[in-house]
Design a protein around this ligand. Structure first.
Ligand code: CP
Length: 308
């Protein structure tokens, strides 16, 4: 494959390859001297039209740990502000010899559009409400690392499903890997087509959480609400927020994940976010390993050549 645009297009074998490749990459992160020469001579540009802390920083670190050269471009400080189109911005980066472009954009389909414009590999770091494939891959890596498998697990995705590219990528990925996916949240934030993707919709959040192995809590995307938030934040927290009482409905060894950033006290209580079941900081570490694996595989790496 030239690009990573979404998990809808990936097979279970391809997802497994990324997760397996990330295992030795995580060992590199744990070392005192993290740099390996694997991608020396390659270059990666991050092209972000929306804000980011985790995705952008972890891609930059992942590339640096593999000795690739990196450059970061924010729409707000680039010639995009002078009206330069996405196509022309991509062609400009390509003309400078960039091998990989990591793009985040508010429009669904922007990554696919860019991939059709330039020969460089394009990685979708989140496009509108469409997909955030590297987030779902790191979520699956984290779940598999803790549980040993994905097949047969029950996963509840809770919150603002309508605006969530994380939810969509997780549903595509987890169902391909044999997990049962339940989604729950306000009816006003539930897209009508979600069951066609393979997830089961629960209107009662407590019922959705009953016996699940994983709770994936989503952020309320306040910046994407078009007609104000309904229910209000206070109502949301009461009806759908993940707190200690709701956690007790899950399996005794259930884990809690969240893509971040969190609205503490809204979709998740501090007690749960920082409690013993939470793997939120582990997700961040794993994000670097998974992005190292993706960069490695897209630039032609063979799995038997991973540095040990
Ligand atoms: N989870 C996620 O995409 O976080 P950032 O917006 O900080 O990159």
């Amino acid at each position: 494959r030239k690009d990573l645009l979404g998990l809808r297009q990936l097979s279970a074998e391809e997802i497994k390859l990324v997760l397996d490749t990330a295992v030795p990459m995580k060992e590199i992160i744990g070392r005192k001297i993290k740099k390996t020469p694997t991608l020396r001579g390659r270059s990666m540009a991050t092209l972000f039209y929306e804000n980011s802390t985790r995705t952008r920083t972890s891609f930059e670190l992942a590339a640096k740990f593999l000795s690739a050269d990196t450059v970061g471009l924010s729409a707000s400080s680039s010639s995009v502000m002078k009206g330069e189109s996405l196509r022309d911005t991509g062609l400009t980066l390509d003309a400078m010899g960039v091998d990989v472009v990591v793009i985040r954009h508010p429009a669904s389909g922007a990554a696919e559009f860019l991939a059709g414009c330039i020969p460089a590999a394009v990685i979708n770091a989140g496009d509108g409400t469409h997909e955030h494939p590297t987030q779902a891959l790191l979520d699956m890596f984290t779940i598999r690392e803790k549980k040993g498998t994905l097949a047969g697990l029950k996963v509840a995705i809770v919150g603002d499903i309508l605006h969530s590219r994380v939810a969509r990528s997780n549903i595509w990925g987890l169902t391909k890997m044999g997990a049962e996916v339940r989604v729950t949240g306000p009816a006003t934030l539930m897209p009508p087509d979600i069951e066609q993707m393979g997830a089961r919709v629960y209107t009662d959040t407590d019922a959705a959480l009953e016996g699940v192995d994983v709770v994936n809590v989503l952020r309320i995307q306040l910046e994407r609400q078009q007609q104000g938030l309904f229910p209000s934040l206070r109502e949301y927290s009461k009806l759908f927020g993940i707190n200690q009482r709701r956690l007790e409905l899950t399996a005794p060894d259930a884990i809690v994940i969240h893509p971040g950033p969190i609205n503490r006290g809204v979709e998740i209580d501090a007690q749960v976010a920082y409690g013993s079941r939470s793997l939120i900081t582990r997700q961040v570490t794993n994000g670097v390993a998974v992005r190292m694996a993706i960069l490695y595989l897209l630039t032609g790496g063979e799995t038997n050549a991973i540095p040990h």
